[in-house]
Design a protein. Sequence first.
Length: 407
Amino acid sequence: MILSIALDDEDEAFSIVLAVEMKRYNPAPNLKYSLYKVPKPTVAQFAHVTVTSQPAEGAAKQVVQRAVNSLTGSLSMAAYFFASPIDVDIKLEGEETRKQVEIKGEKEKTISCPVYYDGDSVGGQVAIRVRDGKKLTHEGIKVEFVGSIELFYDRGHHHEFLSLSQELAAPGEMRQAQTFDFLFKNVEKQFESYQGINVKLRYFIRVSISRRMADVTKEKDLWVHSFRMPPDSNNSIKMEVGIEDCLHIEFEYNKSKYHLKDVIVGKIYFLLVRIKIKHMELSIIRRETTGSPPNQYNESETITKFEIMDGAPVRGETIPIRLFLGGFDLTPTFRDVNKKFSTRYYLNLVLIDEENRRYFKQQEITIFRIPEVRHLPSRADIVLAERASLELIYFVLLYHIYLILHG
């Protein structure tokens, strides 16, 4: 009999598989016993062993059960000795007053992140509390501001393009809760945060407590928006598409570059129609490219799709297009970000005939982010405010004169 135990530490969980190769017990010479995944804090809480072999192997099951019991005890001791004796909390200064962005975290949880901009300082406090009055001996505490790109097909290899570090405490002992201030001034954040299908660009604060046995780390994400000035030239898009002697259409979009709250305005002209068209659709497609050849991956995602025509058009007919971008989950166009990924957007025009054949034409558009314009008071608002202030001053003066005369 050969008993093998494999531990998998991926995704912060232990995946334990026991494989038993039996030579004496037939008719199943190869047996596998699998244990479910258990989170690290409760790594010793096993419930049962799932036997995937055929019945009547009681001796084999007992062998595996004894191995599981032994392994459970060992992991219980490991969980006790390696458990973190401290709690770390990171609070960013003024994060309550900043715009918040909801992003997906681990296990489909939603995380709210404060929004920062290029050149903003990033500061806050780190609170460290020792559990149960224990003593913490450490070899130094530091805080880092990190910008990294994570490629999902290359897990474990994060590409850090920004790393700033500050020392919070020299090696020593900690017996009670302590709070440390940190500040990274005027940080250059050259890329915008992005969470896609195969890639994630993130900025975060990381606190590291160096220990002899195992380091303790805590991270807190923030979100970065990058503004771009409107382009000097923004030409319209005019294209023709068709099938010889069957279909000839011309479409026109008012611009080729749009900001995130913009409106796409266009027209479609039917110059020749000799096929029976059932309806027409317009969609926005986001195409994400990660890596570089030969390890390049492309993923396309339809952001929105809607019908702009129902029924057969006739020659000379014009179909108007008006699409408001503000209601969709869009990002700016990214091109070769740190030589790791790109994100592009396309307008996809699709015609479907009565035999469900599809005719389509794609056109790339550029999307950019502009600064949010706050409402400024009009001249009329200012005049009314000034008049109200003068009237208030006038009545206050009259009241004081009355008090003087009748005091």
